[in-house]
Design a protein. Structure first.
Length: 187
């Protein structure tokens, strides 16, 4: 399929577009982290809001802190000490989602070159965050802020507004062979 040209951005340079990494295969969050690394290396101001990722399980945070990339996280810690994952969606999740949107607004106000909203797609799909609120946020995005939205099940409204959509396709994942998430590789 030949990608359709978007006349509204023809000849455009600099930051300000919307990118989406979605799909069932592995690589969405790590692709966004790769972009963050690259942008940081280019001297750009980078901020990441991790949605639905409370708890201290995520190894990338230590590296981002060392680099000086702005990180804000919201969400409950879904893992109990035995490693069991809590899939329920509670009012607390929704309150945490609101906090995440607030972090994003602050990053918009502070003139970040690149803002990543990690797991925002899945958070909308799971109704942790209201679609309308995210669409309102997208309307507030400064012209020169590049935005990356990650997570499974990106809503059609996001896909319509994006200038890049990459779908990670699941072909194989060791998870289905009983290999549990591994530190430094999966989290
Ligand atoms: P990563 O953070 O590794 O880039 P991701 O952001 O694409 O993964 P998520 O849907 O956010 O994937 O899931 C995060 C975790 O689930 C990671 O530990 C990842 O290895 C694992 N994972 C990714 N895709 C699948 C899949 N299709 N089945 C099972 N586990 C998966
Ligand atoms: Mg992810």
């Amino acid at each position: 399929m030949k990608p359709q040209a978007d006349e509204s951005i023809k000849g455009r340079s600099g930051h300000g577009l919307i990118q989406i990494f979605t799909g069932d295969g592995k690589g969405k969050t790590t692709a966004a982290l790769g972009e963050a690394l690259r942008a940081h290396g280019a001297g750009q101001k980078v901020g990441i809001v991790f949605f639905d990722k409370g708890g201290a399980h995520y190894s990338e945070r230590a590296a981002l802190d060392k680099l000086g990339v702005a990180v804000a996280a919201c969400g409950r810690d879904r893992l109990d000490p035995s490693g069991r994952f809590d899939f329920s969606i509670t009012d607390e999740d929704k309150q945490e989602g609101e906090k995440g949107l607030e972090f994003a607004k602050q990053m918009f106000a502070q003139g970040f070159d690149l803002v990543i909203l990690d797991e925002i797609n899945s958070s909308v799909d799971l109704k942790i965050v209201a679609l309308g609120q995210v669409l309102a946020l997208l309307d507030q995005k400064p012209d020169n802020t590049e935005l990356i939205l990650t997570g499974r099940h990106a809503p059609q409204e996001f896909l319509d507004r994006a200038h890049l959509v990459t779908e990670m396709t699941l072909q194989k994942h060791y998870f289905y062979s009983g290999v549990k998430a591994r530190a430094g590789l999966d989290y």
